[in-house]
Design a protein around this ligand. Structure first.
Ligand code: PLP
Length: 382
């Protein structure tokens, strides 16, 4: 049996979600835009899923726009929606530790003449609210921030940050892809104007997500070609995927308290074991502000990708923050933004627990890891 500790990359589809999707694939084939009974049944299923997502977030169903995932949600925000909101303003505030699905659209906007302020994060990965307040000016059209970092699990004080932007009359977006099912996301309490999410990070299928836009917002569709999603996203809806997202959202709403405690307990057990058994390790990210399921560890003088491969051969799936670009292992921009060196970044691994992980699995990892780290260090020294 393999041990999967890479739940921030993607999560296995939950049984209840697969059942709901299978029933939809077999029995709910209508086109939601059709006026006959088959169409009406599919439309009703899509709207039920929209309500479930809204229920998880504390917003209204009509504010949920289904997309093909968080990447599309972020791209919809950072072109058509931004243009509708910006008026004459041409300044954006973000951070230097964003997900590429925000960072790359920001860079594209810069090439078109927009000015982007990327706030630095501290050594612990946290943003400074005062720096945000200072960065906002009369030209600022939008603040867009990653709520919880996928690599380190660092959770930003979003209520405070969003409140600061709001007080200055500036709209705020959060990429909450890593938050759902792991921390409370209540749009009745956090003053956000938009939020992105993805089904496959919370037990749902890949290729479906949502952009939540508060209030009445009309903007050009990113994908033009039909009246779907109130003309904000053309194309026949991914009905089984949307039903799967709805089922995952309902599960997340029901289980949040219990899962949070369980994930944190397993994650802490893993870290306590690593710290007790392996010398020269350190944890990346502010310990008091982390997602309940995420542990990012630097194993000094270890080549992270080799340790990852050794763990994989022993049946354990983890992740390096580093991305493999053109055959070269690039250090994680997130860890670099926290002041780590390229070598420290390459020596870091991310363990992310989730549904299906248990104590026996954590014990097995702790039984194998010290020896694998020692061997990786010897290989590096040779
Ligand atoms: C924080 C964050 N934003 C956006 C995405 C992109 O989501 P999707 O895979 O649905 O496009 C991911 C997942 O990789 C993520 O972790």
């Amino acid at each position: 049996m393999r041990i999967y500790l890479d739940h921030n990359a993607t999560t296995p589809v939950r049984e209840e979600v697969a059942d709901a999707m299978q029933a939809a694939l077999r029995g709910c084939f209508g086109n939601p835009s059709s006026v006959h009974a088959e169409g009406a049944e599919a439309r009703a299923a899509v709207e039920r899923a929209r309500e479930r997502v809204a229920g998880l977030l504390g917003c209204e169903a009509r504010e949920v726009l289904f997309t093909a995932g968080a990447t599309e949600a972020n791209n919809t925000l950072l072109a058509p929606l931004l243009r509708a909101w910006a008026g004459e303003r041409r300044h954006l505030v973000s951070s230097n530790a964003e997900h590429p699905s925000v960072e790359e659209p920001l860079a594209a906007l810069e090439r078109e003449g927009w000015r982007v302020t990327r706030l630095p994060v501290s050594q612990d990965g946290l943003l400074d609210p005062e720096q945000l307040a200072a960065a906002i000016g009369p030209e600022t059209a939008l603040v867009t921030l990653l709520w919880a970092n996928n690599e380190t699990g660092v959770v930003q004080p979003m209520q405070r940050l969003a409140g600061l932007a709001r007080e200055r009359g500036v709209r705020v977006h959060a990429d909450a892809t890593q938050c759902l099912g792991k921390l409370p996301v209540d749009l009745a309490a956090v003053p956000l104007d938009a939020l992105s999410l993805s089904a496959h990070k919370l037990g749902g299928p890949k290729g479906v997500g949502a952009l939540v836009v508060r209030g009445e917002a009309s903007f050009e569709a990113l994908l033009r070609g039909g009246p779907q999603e109130r003309r904000r996203r053309g194309g026949t809806e991914n009905v089984p995927g949307i039903i799967g997202l709805g089922a995952a959202a309902a599960l997340a709403a029901r289980e949040l308290g219990e899962k949070r405690r369980e994930y944190a307990r397993l994650r802490d057990r893993l870290w306590d074991g690593i710290a007790a058994k392996i010398p020269r390790v350190r944890r990346n990210g502010a310990p008091g502000s982390l997602l309940c399921n995420t542990l990012n560890v630097e194993f000094e003088a270890v080549a992270g990708e080799l340790l990852l491969q050794a763990l994989d051969l022993d049946g354990i799936a983890v992740s390096t923050g580093a991305a493999c670009a053109s055959g070269r292992v690039e250090p994680s921009h997130v860890l670099l933004s926290m002041g780590r060196s390229a070598a420290q970044s390459r020596a870091s691994l991310r363990f992310s627990v989730g549904h299906g992980v248990d104590d026996a699995q954590i014990e097995r990892v702790l039984a194998l890891l010290p020896d694998l780290v020692a061997r990786a260090r010897e290989a590096g020294a040779a």
